[in-house]
Design a protein around this ligand. Sequence first.
Ligand SMILES: Cc1cc2nc3c(=O)[nH]c(=O)nc-3n(C[C@H](O)[C@H](O)[C@H](O)COP(=O)(O)OP(=O)(O)OC[C@H]3O[C@@H](n4cnc5c(N)ncnc54)[C@H](O)[C@@H]3O)c2cc1C
Length: 397
Amino acid sequence: MGSLVDLPGRADVVVVGGGIMGTSAAYFLAAETDRDVVLVEKDRIAGGSTGDSSAILRHHYGEKAVYAKTAWWSHQFYRAFAEEVGEELAHGESPLVRFADEDRSDYARAGYEVLRDLDIPVTRYEADELADRYPALETDPFSFAVSDDAAGYSDGTDAAGGFARAAQELGATVVTGVAVTDVATEDGAVAGVETDEGPVEADRVVLAAGPWTTRLTERLGVEIPIETTREQVLVLDPPAEFAAEHPDLVPTSGPPGGGWYMRPDFGGGVIVATHHTGSEVDPDAYSDTPDQETIVELLDGLESFAPGLADADIKGQYCGVYSTTPDHDFVIDQVGPEGCYVACGFSGHGFKHGPAVGKMLCDLVTAGETDLVDDVDYFSLDRFADDPAGHLNDIDS
Ligand SMILES: Cc1cc2nc3c(=O)[nH]c(=O)nc-3n(C[C@H](O)[C@H](O)[C@H](O)COP(=O)(O)OP(=O)(O)OC[C@H]3O[C@@H](n4cnc5c(N)ncnc54)[C@H](O)[C@@H]3O)c2cc1C
């Protein structure tokens, strides 16, 4: 595949990958610095996980306040996308509801406390309020619910496309259909990238290649523990009576520990998708069609949780890839040769942090530090050096 835009031979910063992370980083670099930026995308903008994303914008993250903060910062940015970036962005409002049962209540409770302390709108509903509050759902098994009231959803293709177009307007070069094959180094520092259309010299490279990132870092001798799994998505057409009775359709939610979630979709649909239940796949070779067995499991899950949707027609279906580290935390770090930065391991929750991650990458690339989070080292690769489980064994993480 050739590019319509000529690949420059030199840049200050090369960003590899045109998903939400790469386009956001390119946008902030173009908007906030005078660096000459080239974004190289092997396929098309949002052609990876971003284009398959359910794009839920929630803030409830159990006890992990760091994500509540970056999700909130990013959501404000997405809400103001037209003013900030100059591009329209689809946005739907849909509180995200965490249900708790006897066995699983700590996560819902901890997230409630974090959001309350951060002044992010949140409400707790007790067991006797749930049936009236959520009439489309079977709420008997639940002891309470936490509503992340300001949550919503957007569209990955829209957002990455908006960032990429705005970055170009601001002077960045965005080249699609060109693959980066290697990172060039000289004396322990980045010297640029090799591509299938020739080299680009640069002393800063940002690897934001989603599930493909480790293919490039492995060539640099840097190991990042990431599993790439296939998740399956159905788009349902709710029965007319259900839609008439429940104008908001469903809250963004799922049964605790159920391994799936649902959210209302633009145009009156409902998205239902697996979450961290997929098997490991090669991101270049996986079936894009959900398995019959999984479709039956998802519809069975609906029968118990949102019974009125179990008979809905399936109007769309596809699969996408999660890239997940052992502790499900991101990797945002300088790794390997000087001037090489990675942003990967965004699991099933990266989209909602896209603006914050792009801003952090911009800060790290140009200043070596960022004040967008209290401790950017939380995302460092080093956490796996002493313990392959990373933060999983931290008491406070
Ligand atoms: C089904 C599904 C549902 C999801 N739902 C949500 C959700 O509701 N909320 C949420 O916040 N997150 C969600 N996520 C997660 C979120 O979509 C991802 O974390 C995020 O999109 C990752 O973005 P990225 O830019 O890192 O990767 P990607 O979008 O995969 O982008 C990487 C890009 O790099 C390009 N590339 C790779 N190798 C090269 C190379 N060598 N040279 C040039 N280009 C290259 C690829 O073509 C690709 O376009 C979901 C993900 C999936 C799959």
